[in-house]
Design a protein around this ligand. Structure first.
Ligand code: SF4
Length: 468
Protein backbone atom coordinates (compact mmCIF):
# COMPACT_ATOMS: atom_id res chain seq x y z
CA UNK A 1 0.00 0.00 0.00
CA UNK A 2 1.32 3.42 -0.92
CA UNK A 3 0.07 6.97 -1.22
CA UNK A 4 -0.05 8.71 -4.59
CA UNK A 5 -0.69 12.32 -5.44
CA UNK A 6 -0.76 14.45 -8.58
CA UNK A 7 -1.38 18.20 -8.79
CA UNK A 8 -2.05 20.38 -11.80
CA UNK A 9 -1.90 24.01 -10.78
CA UNK A 10 -2.64 26.70 -13.38
CA UNK A 11 -1.48 29.50 -11.09
CA UNK A 12 1.83 28.03 -10.03
CA UNK A 13 4.08 29.66 -12.65
CA UNK A 14 4.47 32.73 -10.51
CA UNK A 15 7.75 33.05 -8.75
CA UNK A 16 7.64 31.51 -5.31
CA UNK A 17 4.45 29.62 -6.10
CA UNK A 18 5.79 26.40 -7.52
CA UNK A 19 3.61 23.29 -7.32
CA UNK A 20 6.38 21.91 -5.12
CA UNK A 21 4.96 23.76 -2.09
CA UNK A 22 1.53 22.21 -2.59
CA UNK A 23 2.99 18.74 -3.05
CA UNK A 24 4.88 19.18 0.21
CA UNK A 25 1.71 20.33 1.97
CA UNK A 26 -0.58 17.63 0.60
CA UNK A 27 2.03 14.86 0.64
CA UNK A 28 2.05 15.06 4.40
CA UNK A 29 -1.56 13.90 4.39
CA UNK A 30 -0.76 10.66 2.58
CA UNK A 31 2.29 9.93 4.73
CA UNK A 32 0.28 7.37 6.77
CA UNK A 33 0.05 5.21 3.61
CA UNK A 34 3.78 4.58 3.48
CA UNK A 35 6.61 5.54 5.76
CA UNK A 36 9.56 3.75 4.18
CA UNK A 37 10.40 6.35 1.53
CA UNK A 38 8.93 9.29 -0.37
CA UNK A 39 9.47 11.31 -3.48
CA UNK A 40 8.32 14.35 -5.44
CA UNK A 41 8.51 15.00 -9.16
CA UNK A 42 7.70 18.28 -10.91
CA UNK A 43 7.54 19.43 -14.50
CA UNK A 44 7.65 22.85 -16.11
CA UNK A 45 6.02 23.93 -19.35
CA UNK A 46 9.12 22.98 -21.34
CA UNK A 47 8.66 19.35 -20.25
CA UNK A 48 11.73 19.42 -18.04
CA UNK A 49 11.26 17.11 -15.07
CA UNK A 50 12.85 17.35 -11.63
CA UNK A 51 12.75 14.59 -9.08
CA UNK A 52 13.68 14.28 -5.42
CA UNK A 53 13.49 10.95 -3.53
CA UNK A 54 14.43 10.05 0.00
CA UNK A 55 14.23 7.15 2.46
CA UNK A 56 12.00 7.58 5.52
CA UNK A 57 8.73 9.26 6.39
CA UNK A 58 7.44 12.08 4.19
CA UNK A 59 9.46 15.29 4.60
CA UNK A 60 11.45 13.72 7.44
CA UNK A 61 14.83 15.38 7.87
CA UNK A 62 14.05 18.18 5.44
CA UNK A 63 15.60 21.37 6.75
CA UNK A 64 14.62 24.91 5.75
CA UNK A 65 17.88 25.16 3.83
CA UNK A 66 17.07 21.97 1.93
CA UNK A 67 13.56 23.21 1.12
CA UNK A 68 14.99 26.49 -0.20
CA UNK A 69 17.36 24.52 -2.46
CA UNK A 70 14.55 22.26 -3.66
CA UNK A 71 12.25 25.20 -4.40
CA UNK A 72 14.93 26.57 -6.72
CA UNK A 73 15.40 23.20 -8.42
CA UNK A 74 11.87 21.78 -8.51
CA UNK A 75 10.31 24.14 -11.01
CA UNK A 76 6.91 23.80 -12.60
CA UNK A 77 3.17 23.80 -12.11
CA UNK A 78 2.49 20.06 -12.42
CA UNK A 79 3.79 17.41 -10.09
CA UNK A 80 3.52 14.04 -8.44
CA UNK A 81 4.28 12.76 -4.95
CA UNK A 82 4.54 9.26 -3.57
CA UNK A 83 4.83 7.67 -0.13
CA UNK A 84 6.22 4.14 -0.17
CA UNK A 85 5.09 1.06 1.66
CA UNK A 86 6.84 -1.84 -0.02
CA UNK A 87 5.12 -5.22 -0.30
CA UNK A 88 8.18 -6.93 -1.80
CA UNK A 89 11.43 -8.00 -0.22
CA UNK A 90 10.18 -10.73 2.12
CA UNK A 91 12.78 -12.00 4.55
CA UNK A 92 15.01 -14.55 2.87
CA UNK A 93 14.46 -13.04 -0.56
CA UNK A 94 17.44 -11.60 -2.42
CA UNK A 95 17.88 -7.95 -1.47
CA UNK A 96 16.41 -5.73 -4.15
CA UNK A 97 17.01 -2.03 -4.76
CA UNK A 98 14.20 -0.17 -3.08
CA UNK A 99 11.90 1.24 -5.68
CA UNK A 100 11.45 4.78 -4.42
CA UNK A 101 8.93 6.65 -6.52
CA UNK A 102 7.94 8.60 -8.56
CA UNK A 103 9.67 6.81 -11.42
CA UNK A 104 10.88 8.77 -14.41
CA UNK A 105 11.30 7.39 -17.96
CA UNK A 106 10.90 8.46 -21.58
CA UNK A 107 8.08 7.77 -24.01
CA UNK A 108 9.09 8.58 -27.60
CA UNK A 109 11.58 11.29 -26.58
CA UNK A 110 9.29 12.89 -24.01
CA UNK A 111 9.76 12.30 -20.28
CA UNK A 112 7.02 10.93 -18.06
CA UNK A 113 6.76 10.40 -14.31
CA UNK A 114 4.73 7.70 -12.60
CA UNK A 115 3.54 7.05 -9.05
CA UNK A 116 1.87 3.72 -8.29
CA UNK A 117 -0.11 2.07 -5.52
CA UNK A 118 -1.12 -1.58 -5.57
CA UNK A 119 0.26 -4.96 -6.46
CA UNK A 120 0.57 -6.59 -9.87
CA UNK A 121 1.59 -10.23 -10.21
CA UNK A 122 2.37 -12.93 -12.78
CA UNK A 123 4.89 -10.59 -14.34
CA UNK A 124 7.49 -12.90 -15.88
CA UNK A 125 6.11 -12.78 -19.44
CA UNK A 126 5.62 -8.99 -19.24
CA UNK A 127 9.15 -8.58 -17.95
CA UNK A 128 10.45 -10.64 -20.90
CA UNK A 129 8.41 -8.56 -23.31
CA UNK A 130 9.95 -5.32 -21.99
CA UNK A 131 13.44 -6.83 -22.00
CA UNK A 132 13.05 -7.87 -25.65
CA UNK A 133 11.95 -4.33 -26.42
CA UNK A 134 15.23 -3.04 -24.96
CA UNK A 135 14.49 -2.26 -21.31
CA UNK A 136 17.32 -3.05 -18.85
CA UNK A 137 15.70 -3.89 -15.51
CA UNK A 138 17.16 -2.61 -12.25
CA UNK A 139 15.03 -4.85 -10.04
CA UNK A 140 13.92 -8.51 -10.36
CA UNK A 141 10.72 -7.96 -8.40
CA UNK A 142 9.48 -4.38 -8.81
CA UNK A 143 6.04 -4.34 -10.42
CA UNK A 144 6.33 -0.55 -10.77
CA UNK A 145 9.34 -0.97 -13.02
CA UNK A 146 7.39 -3.39 -15.23
CA UNK A 147 4.62 -0.80 -15.71
CA UNK A 148 7.17 1.91 -16.51
CA UNK A 149 9.12 -0.38 -18.84
CA UNK A 150 6.04 -1.39 -20.83
CA UNK A 151 4.96 2.22 -21.29
CA UNK A 152 8.47 3.34 -22.25
CA UNK A 153 8.93 0.55 -24.81
CA UNK A 154 5.43 0.71 -26.33
CA UNK A 155 5.37 1.16 -30.09
CA UNK A 156 2.13 3.16 -29.90
CA UNK A 157 2.68 6.80 -30.82
CA UNK A 158 0.07 8.20 -28.45
CA UNK A 159 0.56 7.95 -24.68
CA UNK A 160 -3.09 7.14 -23.88
CA UNK A 161 -3.12 4.50 -26.61
CA UNK A 162 -0.01 2.99 -25.03
CA UNK A 163 -1.80 2.86 -21.68
CA UNK A 164 -4.85 1.24 -23.27
CA UNK A 165 -2.57 -1.34 -24.81
CA UNK A 166 -0.73 -2.33 -21.63
CA UNK A 167 -3.28 -1.93 -18.82
CA UNK A 168 -5.31 -5.02 -19.80
CA UNK A 169 -2.12 -7.09 -19.41
CA UNK A 170 -1.91 -6.45 -15.66
CA UNK A 171 -3.34 -8.84 -13.06
CA UNK A 172 -3.84 -7.44 -9.61
CA UNK A 173 -4.91 -4.08 -8.24
CA UNK A 174 -3.50 -0.67 -9.02
CA UNK A 175 -3.95 3.08 -9.02
CA UNK A 176 -1.58 5.28 -11.01
CA UNK A 177 -0.81 8.99 -11.09
CA UNK A 178 1.20 9.87 -14.20
CA UNK A 179 2.71 13.13 -15.39
CA UNK A 180 3.19 13.38 -19.14
CA UNK A 181 3.19 16.32 -21.56
CA UNK A 182 1.94 18.79 -18.91
CA UNK A 183 -1.02 16.57 -18.02
CA UNK A 184 -1.75 14.64 -14.86
CA UNK A 185 -3.25 11.26 -15.71
CA UNK A 186 -5.12 9.09 -13.21
CA UNK A 187 -5.72 5.37 -13.78
CA UNK A 188 -7.58 2.82 -11.70
CA UNK A 189 -7.76 -0.96 -11.90
CA UNK A 190 -10.85 -2.54 -13.41
CA UNK A 191 -12.36 -3.45 -10.01
CA UNK A 192 -11.52 -0.18 -8.26
CA UNK A 193 -9.80 -2.10 -5.46
CA UNK A 194 -7.28 0.62 -4.66
CA UNK A 195 -8.57 4.17 -4.04
CA UNK A 196 -8.07 7.23 -6.23
CA UNK A 197 -10.08 10.45 -6.18
CA UNK A 198 -10.11 13.92 -7.71
CA UNK A 199 -10.45 17.28 -5.98
CA UNK A 200 -10.24 20.91 -7.05
CA UNK A 201 -9.85 24.42 -5.73
CA UNK A 202 -9.75 27.79 -7.48
CA UNK A 203 -6.52 27.11 -9.35
CA UNK A 204 -5.68 23.41 -9.02
CA UNK A 205 -6.91 19.92 -9.76
CA UNK A 206 -5.64 17.21 -7.48
CA UNK A 207 -5.49 13.46 -7.89
CA UNK A 208 -4.97 11.54 -4.68
CA UNK A 209 -5.24 8.16 -2.97
CA UNK A 210 -7.26 9.90 -0.27
CA UNK A 211 -9.43 12.99 -0.10
CA UNK A 212 -7.91 14.11 3.24
CA UNK A 213 -5.19 15.89 1.20
CA UNK A 214 -7.75 18.37 -0.12
CA UNK A 215 -8.41 20.14 3.18
CA UNK A 216 -5.09 22.01 3.68
CA UNK A 217 -5.34 23.64 0.24
CA UNK A 218 -9.08 24.38 0.52
CA UNK A 219 -9.93 21.94 -2.25
CA UNK A 220 -13.25 20.15 -2.64
CA UNK A 221 -13.91 16.52 -3.42
CA UNK A 222 -15.03 16.21 -7.05
CA UNK A 223 -15.34 12.47 -7.64
CA UNK A 224 -13.53 9.15 -7.59
CA UNK A 225 -11.63 7.90 -10.60
CA UNK A 226 -13.98 5.10 -11.67
CA UNK A 227 -12.91 1.47 -11.92
CA UNK A 228 -11.25 0.87 -15.32
CA UNK A 229 -11.02 4.60 -16.07
CA UNK A 230 -8.25 6.89 -17.37
CA UNK A 231 -8.71 10.57 -16.45
CA UNK A 232 -6.57 13.26 -18.09
CA UNK A 233 -6.23 16.54 -16.16
CA UNK A 234 -4.80 19.75 -17.64
CA UNK A 235 -4.80 23.43 -16.69
CA UNK A 236 -8.56 23.74 -17.03
CA UNK A 237 -9.45 20.55 -15.20
CA UNK A 238 -10.59 17.20 -16.58
CA UNK A 239 -9.89 17.23 -20.32
CA UNK A 240 -10.66 13.63 -21.07
CA UNK A 241 -11.97 10.54 -19.32
CA UNK A 242 -12.13 7.20 -21.03
CA UNK A 243 -12.52 3.57 -20.08
CA UNK A 244 -9.53 1.35 -20.73
CA UNK A 245 -11.78 -1.72 -20.35
CA UNK A 246 -15.50 -2.49 -20.47
CA UNK A 247 -15.00 -5.37 -18.02
CA UNK A 248 -15.40 -3.31 -14.84
CA UNK A 249 -16.88 -3.81 -11.40
CA UNK A 250 -16.64 -2.11 -8.00
CA UNK A 251 -14.84 -4.19 -5.37
CA UNK A 252 -13.31 -1.63 -3.04
CA UNK A 253 -10.83 -2.88 -0.41
CA UNK A 254 -12.68 -3.04 2.93
CA UNK A 255 -9.34 -2.93 4.75
CA UNK A 256 -9.06 0.73 3.74
CA UNK A 257 -12.11 1.38 5.96
CA UNK A 258 -10.78 -0.85 8.74
CA UNK A 259 -7.20 0.33 9.00
CA UNK A 260 -5.40 2.06 6.21
CA UNK A 261 -7.26 5.18 5.25
CA UNK A 262 -7.50 8.29 7.37
CA UNK A 263 -10.94 8.64 9.01
CA UNK A 264 -11.49 11.99 7.28
CA UNK A 265 -11.12 10.52 3.78
CA UNK A 266 -14.09 9.77 1.51
CA UNK A 267 -13.32 6.44 -0.03
CA UNK A 268 -16.06 4.62 -1.93
CA UNK A 269 -19.41 6.06 -3.01
CA UNK A 270 -18.77 8.90 -0.58
CA UNK A 271 -18.39 6.62 2.47
CA UNK A 272 -15.63 7.66 4.88
CA UNK A 273 -13.39 5.51 7.02
CA UNK A 274 -14.92 7.35 10.01
CA UNK A 275 -18.38 6.15 9.00
CA UNK A 276 -17.20 2.54 9.03
CA UNK A 277 -15.28 2.80 12.29
CA UNK A 278 -18.13 4.49 14.15
CA UNK A 279 -20.71 1.97 12.92
CA UNK A 280 -18.44 -1.03 13.45
CA UNK A 281 -17.94 -0.04 17.10
CA UNK A 282 -21.71 0.06 17.63
CA UNK A 283 -22.27 -3.28 15.88
CA UNK A 284 -19.39 -4.88 17.80
CA UNK A 285 -20.95 -3.70 21.07
CA UNK A 286 -24.27 -5.34 20.13
CA UNK A 287 -22.64 -8.55 18.94
CA UNK A 288 -19.97 -8.93 21.61
CA UNK A 289 -20.69 -6.90 24.77
CA UNK A 290 -18.26 -7.09 27.67
CA UNK A 291 -18.32 -6.81 31.45
CA UNK A 292 -15.47 -4.42 32.11
CA UNK A 293 -14.69 -1.29 34.13
CA UNK A 294 -12.97 0.50 31.26
CA UNK A 295 -12.74 0.45 27.50
CA UNK A 296 -9.26 1.22 26.18
CA UNK A 297 -8.39 1.81 22.56
CA UNK A 298 -5.20 0.32 21.18
CA UNK A 299 -4.13 3.59 19.58
CA UNK A 300 -4.49 4.95 17.08
CA UNK A 301 -6.21 2.31 14.92
CA UNK A 302 -8.73 1.40 17.61
CA UNK A 303 -9.70 4.95 18.63
CA UNK A 304 -12.97 5.53 16.76
CA UNK A 305 -14.14 1.94 17.21
CA UNK A 306 -13.50 2.26 20.96
CA UNK A 307 -15.47 5.50 21.25
CA UNK A 308 -18.63 4.07 19.75
CA UNK A 309 -18.20 0.67 21.44
CA UNK A 310 -17.86 2.33 24.86
CA UNK A 311 -20.68 4.76 24.27
CA UNK A 312 -23.04 2.01 23.11
CA UNK A 313 -22.35 -0.05 26.27
CA UNK A 314 -22.21 2.92 28.65
CA UNK A 315 -18.74 1.93 29.89
CA UNK A 316 -16.13 4.69 30.46
CA UNK A 317 -13.52 5.08 27.72
CA UNK A 318 -10.08 5.87 29.13
CA UNK A 319 -6.66 6.51 27.62
CA UNK A 320 -4.89 3.60 29.23
CA UNK A 321 -2.20 3.29 26.59
CA UNK A 322 0.00 6.26 25.85
CA UNK A 323 1.32 6.37 22.32
CA UNK A 324 4.65 7.87 21.43
CA UNK A 325 3.52 10.17 18.66
CA UNK A 326 6.81 9.76 16.83
CA UNK A 327 6.68 5.95 16.92
CA UNK A 328 6.18 3.92 13.75
CA UNK A 329 3.00 2.11 12.69
CA UNK A 330 3.83 -1.47 13.60
CA UNK A 331 1.82 -3.07 10.80
CA UNK A 332 3.87 -1.04 8.32
CA UNK A 333 7.29 -1.92 9.70
CA UNK A 334 9.36 -3.93 7.20
CA UNK A 335 9.26 -7.72 7.60
CA UNK A 336 11.82 -9.08 9.98
CA UNK A 337 11.36 -6.17 12.38
CA UNK A 338 10.44 -7.46 15.85
CA UNK A 339 6.90 -6.09 16.04
CA UNK A 340 6.47 -7.13 19.67
CA UNK A 341 9.48 -5.05 20.68
CA UNK A 342 8.15 -2.18 18.59
CA UNK A 343 4.99 -2.15 20.72
CA UNK A 344 7.06 -1.39 23.80
CA UNK A 345 8.67 1.52 21.97
CA UNK A 346 5.38 2.78 20.63
CA UNK A 347 3.00 2.25 23.55
CA UNK A 348 3.33 2.69 27.29
CA UNK A 349 0.53 1.58 29.67
CA UNK A 350 -0.73 4.08 32.23
CA UNK A 351 -0.81 2.38 35.61
CA UNK A 352 -2.97 5.16 37.10
CA UNK A 353 -5.72 4.16 34.68
CA UNK A 354 -5.30 0.39 34.48
CA UNK A 355 -4.32 -0.71 38.02
CA UNK A 356 -7.01 -2.92 39.65
CA UNK A 357 -9.40 -2.63 36.69
CA UNK A 358 -11.12 -5.05 34.31
CA UNK A 359 -10.21 -3.58 30.94
CA UNK A 360 -11.42 -4.21 27.41
CA UNK A 361 -8.98 -3.40 24.62
CA UNK A 362 -10.34 -2.44 21.20
CA UNK A 363 -8.21 -3.43 18.19
CA UNK A 364 -8.91 -2.56 14.56
CA UNK A 365 -7.69 -5.97 13.37
CA UNK A 366 -5.54 -8.97 14.26
CA UNK A 367 -3.32 -10.01 11.37
CA UNK A 368 -0.30 -12.03 12.52
CA UNK A 369 -1.08 -11.86 16.22
CA UNK A 370 2.40 -10.60 17.02
CA UNK A 371 1.19 -7.28 18.41
CA UNK A 372 -1.85 -8.01 20.57
CA UNK A 373 -0.14 -10.42 23.04
CA UNK A 374 2.42 -7.76 23.91
CA UNK A 375 -0.23 -5.08 24.51
CA UNK A 376 -2.20 -7.47 26.72
CA UNK A 377 0.96 -8.35 28.67
CA UNK A 378 1.61 -4.65 29.18
CA UNK A 379 -1.88 -4.20 30.65
CA UNK A 380 -1.42 -7.08 33.10
CA UNK A 381 2.00 -5.68 34.08
CA UNK A 382 0.27 -2.35 34.75
CA UNK A 383 -2.08 -4.06 37.21
CA UNK A 384 -5.19 -5.02 35.23
CA UNK A 385 -7.20 -7.76 36.97
CA UNK A 386 -8.85 -8.90 33.73
CA UNK A 387 -8.17 -8.10 30.09
CA UNK A 388 -10.67 -8.64 27.27
CA UNK A 389 -10.08 -7.93 23.58
CA UNK A 390 -12.66 -6.93 20.96
CA UNK A 391 -11.69 -6.69 17.28
CA UNK A 392 -13.47 -4.38 14.81
CA UNK A 393 -12.84 -6.51 11.73
CA UNK A 394 -13.59 -10.19 11.10
CA UNK A 395 -10.85 -12.86 11.30
CA UNK A 396 -8.38 -12.55 8.39
CA UNK A 397 -8.17 -16.01 6.90
CA UNK A 398 -6.70 -15.52 3.41
CA UNK A 399 -3.75 -13.65 1.88
CA UNK A 400 -4.04 -10.30 0.13
CA UNK A 401 -2.57 -10.14 -3.37
CA UNK A 402 -3.65 -6.57 -3.98
CA UNK A 403 -1.07 -4.52 -2.10
CA UNK A 404 -1.48 -5.17 1.63
CA UNK A 405 1.49 -6.92 3.19
CA UNK A 406 -0.09 -10.25 4.14
CA UNK A 407 0.70 -12.55 1.27
CA UNK A 408 0.78 -16.05 2.80
CA UNK A 409 -1.69 -18.12 4.80
CA UNK A 410 1.14 -19.25 7.06
CA UNK A 411 1.52 -15.78 8.57
CA UNK A 412 -2.18 -15.19 9.28
CA UNK A 413 -3.29 -16.07 12.80
CA UNK A 414 -6.93 -16.77 11.91
CA UNK A 415 -5.94 -18.92 8.94
CA UNK A 416 -4.12 -21.31 11.25
CA UNK A 417 -5.90 -21.13 14.59
CA UNK A 418 -9.44 -20.96 15.95
CA UNK A 419 -10.62 -17.89 17.85
CA UNK A 420 -10.32 -19.91 21.06
CA UNK A 421 -6.70 -20.82 20.26
CA UNK A 422 -5.87 -17.18 19.43
CA UNK A 423 -7.45 -16.17 22.75
CA UNK A 424 -5.14 -18.60 24.55
CA UNK A 425 -2.10 -17.31 22.65
CA UNK A 426 -2.95 -13.72 23.51
CA UNK A 427 -3.59 -14.66 27.11
CA UNK A 428 -6.86 -12.78 27.57
CA UNK A 429 -10.01 -13.47 29.54
CA UNK A 430 -12.16 -13.16 26.41
CA UNK A 431 -11.70 -12.42 22.72
CA UNK A 432 -14.38 -11.60 20.14
CA UNK A 433 -14.38 -10.26 16.59
CA UNK A 434 -17.11 -8.36 14.77
CA UNK A 435 -18.99 -10.78 12.52
CA UNK A 436 -18.36 -10.91 8.77
CA UNK A 437 -21.91 -9.64 8.10
CA UNK A 438 -21.58 -6.99 10.79
CA UNK A 439 -18.42 -5.73 9.14
CA UNK A 440 -20.12 -5.40 5.76
CA UNK A 441 -23.11 -3.68 7.37
CA UNK A 442 -20.78 -1.13 8.97
CA UNK A 443 -19.56 0.04 5.55
CA UNK A 444 -23.10 0.99 4.49
CA UNK A 445 -22.21 -0.49 1.08
CA UNK A 446 -23.55 -3.58 -0.67
CA UNK A 447 -21.37 -6.66 -0.28
CA UNK A 448 -21.03 -6.77 -4.10
CA UNK A 449 -19.14 -3.46 -4.01
CA UNK A 450 -16.42 -4.67 -1.66
CA UNK A 451 -13.28 -6.73 -1.87
CA UNK A 452 -13.51 -9.06 1.14
CA UNK A 453 -11.05 -11.64 -0.12
CA UNK A 454 -8.84 -11.75 2.96
CA UNK A 455 -11.97 -12.43 5.04
CA UNK A 456 -13.72 -14.98 2.81
CA UNK A 457 -11.20 -16.08 0.14
CA UNK A 458 -13.43 -14.78 -2.69
CA UNK A 459 -10.95 -12.93 -4.94
CA UNK A 460 -12.34 -10.36 -7.42
CA UNK A 461 -9.23 -10.82 -9.59
CA UNK A 462 -7.96 -14.42 -9.86
CA UNK A 463 -5.01 -14.82 -7.49
CA UNK A 464 -1.53 -15.96 -8.48
CA UNK A 465 -0.24 -19.40 -7.55
CA UNK A 466 -0.23 -19.14 -3.80
CA UNK A 467 3.02 -18.75 -1.88
CA UNK A 468 2.68 -20.39 1.51
FE1 SF4 B 1 -8.25 -5.33 0.92
FE2 SF4 B 1 -8.32 -7.81 1.92
FE3 SF4 B 1 -9.08 -7.33 -0.61
FE4 SF4 B 1 -6.51 -7.13 0.10
S1 SF4 B 1 -7.78 -8.99 0.09
S2 SF4 B 1 -7.65 -5.72 -1.18
S3 SF4 B 1 -6.70 -6.30 2.19
S4 SF4 B 1 -10.07 -6.59 1.29
Amino acid sequence: MCGILGISCNNCHKEGQQVFHRLMTCGNDISHRGEQAWGILTSNNKNNMFCYRQEGRFSEGITEKKVAALVKKMQGNKGLAHTLYSTIGKSGQKKQPRSIQPWMAVFHDRPFGLAYNGNIYDLSSLRERAKKAGWAFRSDVSDTEVIVALIATSQKKDFIEALKEILPLFRGAFALAILYDSKIIGVRDRCGIRPLCIGYNEDSYILSSESCVFYPIAAKFLREVRPGEIVVIGDEGIEKHIKWTDDTCCRFCIFEFVYFARPDSRLCNGRSAYYYRNKAGIILAKEAPVKADLIISVPAGGDIFAESYASELGIPLRHGLFKNRFGIRTFMAPRGTDRRKLQRIKLHPLEEVIWGKRVCLIEDSIVRNNVCPEVVAMCFEAGAIAVHVRVASAPIIAPCYYGIDMSTRAELAASNFTVEQIKEQIGVDSLAYISFDGMIKATGLPKENLCLACFDGNYPVPPPVEIS
